[in-house]
Design a protein around this ligand. Structure first.
Ligand code: ASP
Length: 443
């Protein structure tokens, strides 16, 4: 059995957290490949090392010598690592590493290099602590000359490199371009490195250790004590994360999905919890009919009405082109016989609103055009809905009991999700009503 384990920033923010991660790893000899993040927040007011590094580099590249006081922040960063090293009783010194980092900052080697040092240094400490081999991610995670991640080259390189290494630590978040320049993924990107490593070693599972016990059925700010999702499919997760649930970087799904490897989200502070298992497909019946309910506020809708529009070839295309030409992306598009509604992000649309309206008038000469704003979209997601009669009936009766007016309904053709549009101010009530009917009343 082979497991790749990734630890997030809060799981490695201090020596105490490092110890928890260490005992989790030592508890299971299958946990052979470790991907650390940079030290995160130790408390809600703390600053992540990655953010300190960005800040430090910003100072280091200022032209004005008087303003360039990056040394102090660099010393604070070093202090954070030294505290971890001391707390773990390691005989390790990062003095030479920091000397080099300082020199490179002065040479202005790049913002990505700067940010990547958070993971790099934590990787060195983790490898020393576990007595695992340290592998610099710059040698095995490949980006192309345009800075795009090169999945296949990385997979070949990493597979070859790890073939004869039983236990290794590979820092998350970064790799390098063909010219050797360090390049990072977007924020939270250590999740991606973990997934890439899991694919490369054909792991049995990719464990992603964080500070929550998996995905919750609903946002705990709206539903305190919301239940955890035991098993979720990649597709369900995609729907839920697109609409607001965030625990895992979106791009972390692709490498393991390709290789059919499940991801297990686990809690470093509660290792006895099973967490959430993310799988390609499952016969396991979900605990509840819905897997999750989530959503986002602040959408606007544009309804275009024209008699006999269904008979006009290319009508929809012309309307959609207006949005395309104005660079406005479309979220949803429910339609009627003589109407079509386009749902867009309000903030993106607002500044282009009049241009879009004029464009639609020119393109299709509608009878009537209506704009509505402050709409929230709620996604009810669940593979169990397909096989269950009356799911939408229950959703809408729950919403009507809660006095929530439904403005729009859109059921995806996969029957995996139902999207419901409500007023922004009804958002929380609507989520509560849906959670209650499918979860609370079923417990
Ligand atoms: N340390 C990086 C960040 O804060 C990457 C990560 O933690 O995944 O975004």
């Amino acid at each position: 059995m082979k497991k790749v384990v990734k630890f997030g920033g809060s799981s490695l923010a201090s020596a105490e957290q490092f110890r928890k991660a260490g005992s989790i790893i030592r508890n299971d000899s299958a946990r052979r490949y470790v991907i650390p993040s940079a030290p995160g927040k130790r408390n809600p007011d703390d600053v992540k090392v990655t953010d300190m590094l960005y800040q430090c580099y910003k100072q280091a590249i200022l032209d004005d010598d008087m303003e360039r006081d990056f040394e102090e922040i660099l010393a604070q960063i070093k202090q954070r690592y030294d505290e971890i090293i001391e707390g773990l009783n390691l005989s390790l010194s990062l003095d030479d590493e920091f000397k080099l980092i300082r020199e490179n900052f002065c040479k202005k080697v790049g913002r990505d290099y700067a940010a990547s040092r958070g993971e790099y240094l934590n990787g060195i400490i983790m490898a020393a602590y576990l007595d695992y081999t340290f592998i610099d991610a710059a040698e095995v995670i490949c980006f192309d000359a345009n800075g795009d991640f090169d999945a296949e080259r990385t997979n070949d390189t990493l597979t070859a490199r790890l073939k004869d290494i039983d236990c290794a630590v590979i820092p998350g978040f970064y790799g390098s371009m063909p010219d050797g320049k360090v390049k990072t993924f977007s924020r939270g990107g250590s999740d991606i490195t973990g997934s890439i490593a899991a694919r490369a070693v054909q792991a049995d599972v990719y464990e992603n250790w964080t500070d929550v016990s998996g995905f919750l059925i609903a946002d705990p700010r709206i539903i305190p004590n919301a239940k955890t999702i035991d098993v979720i499919t990649y597709r369900e997760l995609r729907e839920l994360s697109y609409m607001g649930a965030t625990v895992l970087h979106e791009d972390a799904i692709f490498p393991v999905k390709k290789a059919g490897i499940p991801i297990n989200i686990r809690n470093t502070n509660r290792p006895e919890d099973k967490g959430t298992l993310i799988v390609e497909a499952t016969c396991q019946k979900p605990r509840f009919i819905i897997t999750g309910v989530t959503g986002k506020k602040d959408f606007a809708s544009i309804t275009v009405e024209k008699a006999m529009m269904n008979a006009e070839v290319g009508f929809c295309k012309k309307v959609l082109e207006v949005f395309e030409n104005n660079g406005v992306s479309i979220e949803h598009m429910p339609s009627g016989i003589d109407t079509m509604t386009i749902v867009v992000h309000q903030d993106e649309f607002q500044e282009k609103e009049q241009k879009v309206i004029a464009g639609i008038h020119r393109a299709v000469e509608p009878d009537f055009l209506e704009l509505e704003s402050d709409i929230a979209l709620i996604a009810v997601v669940g593979r169990g809905m397909k096989a269950t009669r009356g799911t939408s009936g229950r959703i809408f009766s729950a919403l009507s009991h809660a006095n929530v007016n439904v403005k729009m309904i859109d059921q995806g053709s996969s029957e995996l999700n139902i999207i419901i549009g409500v007023r922004n101010h009804d958002f929380e009530e609507a989520i509560k009503a849906i959670y209650d009917i499918f979860v609370t009343t079923q417990l």
